[in-house]
Write a protein that binds this ligand. Sequence first.
Ligand code: NAD
Ligand code: UFG
Length: 334
Amino acid sequence: MAILVTGGAGYIGSHTCVELLNAGKEVVVLDNFCNSKPEAIAKIEQVAGRRVVLYESDLLDRKAVTSVFRENKIEAVIHFAGLKAVGESVEIPLKYYHNNLTGTIILLEAMAHFNCKKLVFSSSATVYGLSDNVPFRETHPLSATNPYGRTKLMLEEIMRDTYVSDNEWSFALLRYFNPIGAHKSGLLGEEPNGVPNNLLPFVAQVAAGKLPYLSVYGGDYDTKDGTGVRDYLHVVDLAIGHLNAFDYVLDNKGAEAFNLGTGRGYSVLEIVKAIERASGVTVPYKISARRAGDIPVCYADPAKAKKVLGWEATRDIDEMCEDSWRFTKQNSGI
Ligand code: NAD
Ligand code: UFG
């Protein structure tokens, strides 16, 4: 039996494939490489010392998705594939709705057809909307502030409805907080196209001298130093959480949400300092205007994941930043 990993060549997917292979699982990846490169697959195999079965296919291609299930015995699916850029989702919402919603519906239909009803889904802390009622618990009211977030919210609802209609299904809805860091080998990490939107790749590129300075979006929030606070977690901890969730969907039925975060918040300036410690380089920054749609503080209550999944993040902020820095350094030719 194998695990199908959609979006397995991407940032979180590639790290998860390594952990699955290390745990002795058979892995089938489906990815269209719209936000990743085929080389990621070779790197996964290099790091893990084992092979994956690759389908370079689009989730929107129903025939291709069906072939994956016909040609492999798929025990469960870990579903990462989706578009994730918040700003872009505001500009081209229909592309986001089509890719994320239609692609997932095609996947669920194929799964139902082949009687494979266990799925681990990449949701996001973005489903907690603009609230500042931290720490966020899974029972917190849900809302969305942009089309990307709405696709996550709608997909969670589609999965809950699917379970209600057929109690054989098992869904783990994993609400990730802010994954950063990279694999220790320096081979796998986050490689955004163009100028990064997210804090970590941006700060690391400033430290590497690829970008002149960091704009800190807002210095007047009601936080410890006035800058935004987030729950950063190491991508390898996050990847390992998917193994726990995989075991959970094998043994349980339902549609259950879990926060995957550390439960600790760090400010933008604390991250700048951690990258400075890791790199030995001073990171120039300027406090600028708040970014539209940002909340001041966001961190998880991870108690449910610990209790039910037996999962807990173990890597600290220095390890996250050291690993991010190693990846940036090795991949930016400095
Ligand atoms: P990523 O872009 O690195 O990986 C997504 C992968 O899916 C890419 O390899 C892409 O080529 C593939 N893909 C996209 N649409 C596809 C399609 N129609 N058919 C086949 N392949 C397709 O993103 P990531 O950071 O690894 O995120 C993985 C998942 O986790 C996404 O669903 C994302 O929304 C979610 N998530 C990410 C974060 C984060 O901060 N990185 C936070 C919360 C949730
Ligand atoms: N920030 C800056 N300067 C930058 C980039 C970010 O100051 O150049 C600040 C932001 O204002 C925020 C913090 O750094 O306070 C983190 O910002 P990110 O863009 O790295 O992450 P977000 O928390 O805004 O969003 C991320 C993902 C979303 C996801 C959300 C919740 O990008 O897709 O986490 O999981 F929905």
